[in-house]
Design a protein around this ligand. Sequence first.
Ligand SMILES: Nc1ncnc2c1ncn2[C@@H]1O[C@H](COP(=O)(O)OP(=O)(O)O)[C@@H](O)[C@H]1O
Ligand SMILES: [Mg+2]
Length: 307
Amino acid sequence: MIDKADSLLDAPVAPAAAAEAPPPAIAVVDLVSVLDGRPVLDGVSFDVPRGKTLVIMGPSGCGKTTLLRHLIGSMRPTRGRVELLGHNLGELAERDLEAVRRRFGILFQSGALFNSMTVAENVALPLREHTRLDAATIDVIVKMKLELVNLRAAANRMPAEISGGMKKRAGLARAIALDPEVLFYDEPSAGLDPVTSAEIDQLIIDLTDKLGVTSVVVTHEMDSAFRVADTMVMLDEGKVLRTGARQEFQLLRDGPPTGDRASDLIRQFLTGSSHGPITDRRLSGGYADDILMAAGRAGRPLWTGWR
Ligand SMILES: Nc1ncnc2c1ncn2[C@@H]1O[C@H](COP(=O)(O)OP(=O)(O)O)[C@@H](O)[C@H]1O
Ligand SMILES: [Mg+2]
């Protein structure tokens, strides 16, 4: 009897609590990714609330790109799970994964435009491939997308005829062609001058506001990270060192060293200082490890027998 009374009392509470906290756009739960017998990601967990921007950062080789590949479902977890828009990506059949892929856009590092097509044709491509819209409608949508990234005037230019910043914007127009709910950015400011980089950041912020999308940005650029982030994840050697609001990381960056190793490691990374736990570790690390790590970064492991 008492059990029943309890459950009746509890009943109205559950839906109210659910209304307070809508499910996140992305949930990563204890993600482990073993590559070549080595855990490249080791128990990574975090959420990205809908409409917010998460920045993923960390030293070279810490697993950022691998994490991004898991988030877009191009790699399957060894353990743990990645939930994107309510779907557990590791459990989806390829066809269902394809349907989820239509709901997100990716801006690749180089913009990844097709050089034989005009800017407008590049943006039209996903619409031609994934919708049955007629040519005139596609034309209108392409113009709207180009307007959103301030590139309408360059619609008929070839990729070779536009600057690096314009290529990024064209790539972004293509990434938003199908009205994605989530946008992934891989190093959006790599190779751009500081002013162009700031323009791209502003565009990321504007698009997040205007389109209400959830964004995940992988970046090395700390100025850029602090401009666009709502929340941040700091990775180190495949593990989450810390995850939190941008303001928390700002306090760490601007404050004095604390003596706590994790905090000081994050602080060294954020300030770009040449002294701290990251460099100490490198100096005490084996020469062979260093060489293998450098080779790994270049995409050519010399020898992986020790792993
Ligand atoms: N396909 C793979 N097979 C084996 N090792 C990999 C593979 N991809 C990445 N790695 C290794 O995983 C680590 C993390 O790589 P990555 O995710 O590219 O780091 P980041 O993007 O942070 O620089 C590196 O040591 C890299 O050599
Ligand atoms: Mg990378």
